[in-house]
Design a protein around this ligand. Structure first.
Ligand SMILES: [Ca+2]
Ligand SMILES: [Ca+2]
Length: 222
């Protein structure tokens, strides 16, 4: 979880921005300190960072509580503090998971559902930007991931996995996608991937295998 982002979101409302920056710098220094301390083995470093992370999470919760309490008196905009499970990253109130393993589209859809989520429904540029950053960090520079978009019921009628209609497309127009390429034969191209670097979509055969992006709601912080 991005602790710096949490702190910035919460502290922005009450403290000069500099305080968030200072905290993030401190986190950076802690990480750097832990990784360069002479004589420390990896196990000790991990345990030290876990302790610090736990402490920062408590600090985040404290600031959230403080915000909620003060916001009531000053008509401040509502802000619900949320968190994602470990390994998922957060964009606004949504959690996303990039996988390394590959499956066809249908099994990818089932796998996300098993984790109480769904294949990703990407509707904003902000989500694409976040996915690009995370995918480069996670899997390298150039990767395509399944998203929850298909026209398998009616050719050309693209629907998200929650049955909603596609309203904000990010197809790769340079490559004339979606093209339901004749090269795919009778199967056609009825499922969509996001190519992480260009943040654009391609339609491809659903039987192809790709890693996937699962999505679910962030959990309100208790
Ligand atoms: Ca198609
Ligand atoms: Ca295509």
């Amino acid at each position: 979880m991005n602790v710096c982002l949490w702190l910035i979101k919460v502290e922005l409302h009450f403290y000069p921005l500099a305080s968030s920056g200072i905290l993030c710098v401190l986190i950076g220094l802690l990480v750097s300190e832990a990784s360069t301390r002479p004589g420390k083995n990896l196990e000790e470093e991990v345990s030290y960072l876990k302790l610090r992370l736990s402490s920062l999470k408590n600090r985040y919760k404290f600031l959230c509580d403080q915000y909620t309490s003060l916001a009531k008196n000053y008509s401040a905009p509502a802000f619900i503090c949320t968190q994602c499970p470990d390994g998922w990253f957060q964009v606004d109130d949504q959690c996303f998971l990039l996988t390394a393993d590959k499956m066809d589209w249908l099994n990818s859809k089932k796998n996300c559902t098993k984790m109480d989520g769904h294949l990703a429904i990407l509707t904003t540029k902000e989500e694409h930007d976040a996915i690009e950053k995370e995918s480069i960090r996670f899997g390298g520079f150039y990767t395509s991931y399944w998203i929850g978009l298909t026209d398998s019921e009616n050719e050309g009628d693209w629907k998200w996995v929650d049955k909603s209609t596609l309203t904000t497309p990010f197809w790769n127009k340079v490559k004339s996608e979606p093209d339901n390429s004749p090269m795919a034969g009778s199967e056609g191209e009825d499922c969509a991937v996001v190519e992480s670097r260009s943040q654009t979509w391609y339609d491809v055969p659903c039987s192809f295998t790709y890693p996937r992006i699962c999505q679910k709601d962030a959990i309100p912080l208790e």
